[in-house]
Write a protein that binds this ligand. Structure first.
Ligand code: IPM
Ligand code: MG
Length: 363
């Protein structure tokens, strides 16, 4: 297969980790006889510096024509002024919207040999392996109006709008049910909402209940978001597929990310209905961690989250399942054999490049 991949290295450690994931993809290409081509574009703070926009038109255009997009990270203290007119994060939100990436997949798998690095006890973590399906282009992030209003008493009122359309709820739930019914999962969907308070959640719950009838092999549970937050740390292994709206998903996935021992380990995929030249989902793949400005430029960031994101790219945008599993297996073996970056060990940590080399040795 030939495939064209846009690389949005972004800010902070983004360039360091995305470079390594590209190296892994090139090795996969050589081993499995594929030709992957790569093209760099700007997003985030570096794009603001170069063009004034966090998501230049050239990036959107190239990404829209690509087979997949690999992203490092955006943001950093340099662009953090709360009064700034444009922020690096705007680039991320805008590309999700522009490419219609309504589903964000965040798998959380705990490697037993890394349980020591997790804040939870090993016996609570045992068997934890779930995926969060987060709605990504609706809800509070995008609902209008979103504004500040001057009141007649001189004060200020700020407004964000929580709005969900039935078709947005339908398509994300459908994806979760399909996933849960697939071979890779255990057939349980936890639909996370706040139906005891929010109208959008009641709409969500109605649709989830109705859809469950079409998937007799999948068990549906409704879980209130506050309860879900608690269960994620009390008994994370009970979850298989969690599906939820944008803001809840944002919060729960950060909580879930620490279970594995380091944010640096976790990948994500954002997909939607847009198809690439192969007829598969055009997706954006990025590690869960941010730009980590404190360690940027030192060559010590953990590349695993981005490498596993590249594995998701192979799986979802190119349907190269065997290749995806080969990358995941290589990561697992490297970790089993003790390969550790500084986020996972204090004694002789590997550099970003060395860690990648350890992974590539098992490809
Ligand atoms: C994430 C991030 C983004 C989000 C920010 C950077 C806008 O936290 O991908 O989870 O809130 O979606
Ligand atoms: Mg987040």
């Amino acid at each position: 297969m030939t495939a064209h991949i846009i690389v949005l290295a972004g800010d902070g450690v983004g360039p360091e980790v995305s470079r390594e994931a590209v190296r892994v993809l090139q090795a996969v290409g050589t081993k499995f006889h594929h030709t992957f081509t790569f093209e760099d574009h700007l997003i985030g703070g570096c794009a603001i510096d170069a063009t004034g926009s966090a998501l230049p038109e050239a990036t959107v255009e190239a990404a829209g024509k690509a087979d997949a997009v690999l992203l490092g990270a955006v943001g950093g203290p340099k662009w953090d002024d709360p009064k700034a007119k444009v922020r690096p994060e705007d680039g991320l939100l805008a590309i999700r919207k522009a490419l219609k990436l309504y589903a964000n997949l965040r798998p959380v798998k705990v490697y037993p040999e890394l349980a020591y690095a997790s804040p939870l006890k090993p016996e609570i973590l045992a068997g934890t392996d779930f995926i969060v399906v987060r709605e990504l282009t609706g809800g509070l992030y995008f609902g209008q109006p979103k504004e500040r209003r001057k009141r007649t008493d001189g004060g200020i009122t700020a407004v964000d709008t929580l709005e969900y359309h039935d078709y947005e709820v339908e398509r994300i739930l459908k994806l979760a049910f399909e996933l849960a019914g697939g071979k890779a999962r255990r057939g349980v969907v936890a639909s996370v909402d706040k139906a005891n308070v929010l109208e959008t959640s009641r709409l969500w719950r109605e649709h989830a209940t109705a859809m469950a009838k079409d998937y007799p092999a999948v068990t549906l549970q409704h879980v209130l978001v506050d309860t879900a937050a608690m269960r994620l740390v009390m008994s994370p292994s009970q979850f298989d597929v969690l599906v939820t709206e944008n803001t809840f998903g944002d919060i729960l996935t950060d909580e879930a990310a620490v279970l594995a021992g380091s944010m640096g380990l976790l990948p994500s995929a954002s997909i939607g209905e847009v198809k690439n030249s192969k007829g598969f989902a055009l997706g954006l793949y990025e590690p869960i961690h941010g730009s980590a400005p404190d360690i940027a430029g030192k060559g010590i960031a953990n590349p695993v989250g981005t490498i596993l994101s590249a594995a998701m790219l192979l799986r979802h945008s190119l349907r190269l399942e065997q290749e995806a599993q080969a990358v995941e297996k290589a990561v697992e073996t490297a970790l089993q054999q003790g390969a550790r970056t500084g986020d996972l060990t204090k004694t002789n940590p590997l550099s970003t490049v060395q860690m990648t080399d350890k992974v590539m040795a098992h490809l």
